[in-house]
Unconditional design. Structure first.
Length: 209
């Protein structure tokens, strides 16, 4: 099932115009970050990962790399907090690592506003209500991101995703975009207290319908 927001032409037009404009205006910044990532972390410059999009269909999300590929003696990747570099912390604190996702928005795989695209592994862990977050395209920012972001519990973030779907309007999208600029400039809610990265979603118990 799709939400009205998934097919509204005005929402898609806003995505195309603003993402194209942002890419053009921010191109010097994007190039600068790419150079720093290449010098500090080497290749590849971009981190690519399969994420669930509209109706749970997979797409390739792109971000600037912020972690090394350091592994333990058995060849397994070290925990995120041990692989996160100083440069990675810097670009994450300003959400600059997310900027390549503007290309995902322009291609129609994402929207400027919507539930954040999480991991494919989380799909079977959602309740029936939480799975409704895939009724719209995932967003570069979203209601949860401007309502506390990573200081919120998983249950609260996912409930805000569903509320957004049920109460979507173009005006709501514009308010979320404006609030995102304020939060990014203030570096609010980047990581949960006492942690470098967000803990994984483990599920919230039996399905609640």
């Amino acid at each position: 099932m799709r939400s009205r927001a998934a097919s509204d032409p005005a929402k898609r037009a806003l995505d195309i115009v603003l993402s194209a404009l942002a890419i053009a205006i921010l191109s010097p910044l994007l190039a600068g970050i790419a150079i720093f990532v290449r010098l500090r972390l080497g290749s590849p410059i971009l981190f690519e990962q399969t994420r669930p999009g509209l109706e749970g269909r997979p797409f390739t999300l792109i971000k600037f790399r912020s972690m090394t590929d350091a592994r333990d003696a058995q060849g397994a990747l070290l925990p995120d907090e041990r692989r996160l570099t100083r440069l990675g912390r810097l670009i994450r604190s300003a959400s600059l690592d997310e900027l390549p996702e503007l290309v995902n928005v322009l291609k129609g795989q994402m929207s400027l506003v919507g539930p954040r695209p999480l991991l494919m592994d989380y799909l079977p862990r959602y309740s029936a209500r939480q799975r409704r977050r895939h009724e719209v395209r995932p967003g570069l920012t979203g209601l949860a991101q401007v309502s506390g972001r990573n200081f919120l519990s998983w249950a609260d973030k996912l409930e805000l995703d569903v509320w957004y779907i049920d109460n979507w309007s173009l005006w709501l999208d514009l308010k979320i975009i404006a609030s995102t600029f304020v939060d990014v400039l203030g570096r609010r809610g980047i990581t949960p207290r006492g942690a470098e990265t967000v803990p994984p979603f483990r599920g919230e118990g039996p399905e609640d319908g």
